[in-house]
Write a protein that binds this ligand. Structure first.
Ligand SMILES: C[S@@+](CC[C@H](N)C(=O)[O-])C[C@H]1O[C@@H](n2cnc3c(N)ncnc32)[C@H](O)[C@@H]1O
Length: 339
């Protein structure tokens, strides 16, 4: 029996026993660390950015903040706490919609957002929200990199995809098979070339479903994305012929997708060029794309740091990771889109 790589990933990550479907948050699992876990200042910064830019864009009309893939609601709590303290008028005029597929995390989210209960709606699918307003500020951190994907390769002028077989000893064995027509059609539709003999990751059903839902969501939106990756004119991204997919387990990085089944994160670098094209297909356009470091530094991150005075050197060193080129500053990118 074989399953295609995206099906394998769906089982590994989103099955009822999957990595992203149990009662522990990513913080509790401790396999990798995300920006809101590094410092509250990350969320405070986003809150200030929303304060500064959205009223003008939405003509002072009420709007929703919609966070996709919030996990335990840590970033939401940072944003709402800061907004309440720094811009009460705006806080009173917005609602905060949380879209998190892992329904087990609802109690963690409610705990993190205690005091904000009246402001929030929690749901596991964008299309299920009943409270998103006509105007919305969408945001996500490390959402797109967590979706299942097809693992493909372009060889001798043809596309192939990885499938996974189980041998008699119940080991997972990867094999290369002819690509399914429906995947090939999606690849062709995106219109990006592939380099010969390079593996690449191509988003699967969940990604396209998300765009179908977003298309029908708010009439006007800003969409702020934080994720690791690059804008690549080819489907393959980066210099590694094996592709960008990788696993995180207990803070160790590996490319063995077939060990620690359902116990490790499996992720990939986001191709922002592909992302941009997907947004264009729902009539949204890119406003800017830059490194996280540049985005934070040119939009007042230092002022926020000064205002909150990190309590000690250790705290300061942690915060620096968000902007340091050797840490998250360059690997992480920020894209803002508008519709
Ligand atoms: C890598 S984690 C990032 C969590 C958080 N944003 C942070 O920065 O700490 C990705 C999150 O997206 C959620 N997720 C994945 N697919 C989703 C989907 N289709 N809809 C909503 N949430 C999803 C996962 O359950 C997980 O909580």
């Amino acid at each position: 029996m074989k399953v295609y790589f995206d099906q394998y990933l769906r089982n590994a990550l989103y099955h009822k026993d999957g990595y992203y479907y149990d009662e522990s948050s990513i913080k509790e699992k401790g396999d990798f660390i995300t920006s809101p876990q590094i410092s509250d200042l990350f969320g405070f910064f986003i809150s200030s950015y929303i304060s500064l830019h959205s009223s003008k864009f939405f003509n002072n009309k009420p709007f929703s903040i919609v966070e996709i893939g919030c996990n335990d609601g840590l970033l939401a709590s940072q944003i709402l706490n800061h907004l309440k303290n720094s811009n009460l008028d705006l806080y009173e005029n917005i609602n905060y919609i949380i879209i998190e597929q892992n329904t087990h995390l609802k109690k963690n989210i409610l705990l993190n957002l205690s005091g904000h209960e009246k402001k929030i709606e929690i749901t596991n699918k964008l299309k299920k929200s009943k409270k998103i307003k006509k105007n919305a500020f969408f945001l996500c951190n490390e959402f797109f990199d967590s979706l299942p994907f097809h693992r493909c390769i372009f060889k001798n002028g043809s596309f192939f995809e990885t499938a996974v077989k189980v041998d008699t000893k119940k080991n997972f064995i990867p094999i290369e098979v002819e690509i399914r027509t429906e995947v090939l059609d999606l690849i062709k539709n995106i219109g990006l070339e592939a380099n010969e003999n390079f593996f690449f990751e191509f988003p699967s059903k969940e990604y396209f479903d998300f765009f179908d839902d977003l298309k029908e969501a708010s009439e006007n939106f800003l969409f702020l994305i934080f994720d690791y990756g690059e804008k690549s004119q080819t489907l393959n991204i980066g210099k590694n012929p094996n592709g960008s997919a990788r696993c995180f387990y207990k803070n160790q990085i590996s490319t063995n997708f077939y060990e620690n089944f359902q116990k490790q994160d499996i992720t990939f670098s986001v191709n922002f060029q592909l992302l941009k094209k997907s947004f264009e297909s729902i009539k949204a356009k890119e406003l800017f794309f830059e490194t996280q470091s540049r985005f934070l530094l040119t939009n007042g991150f230092v002022e926020i740091m000064e205002a909150y005075k990190p309590s000690n050197l250790l705290e300061l060193q942690k915060i620096k990771k968000l902007i340091s080129p050797s840490s998250m500053g360059e690997a992480f990118k920020v894209m803002l889109l508008v519709r």
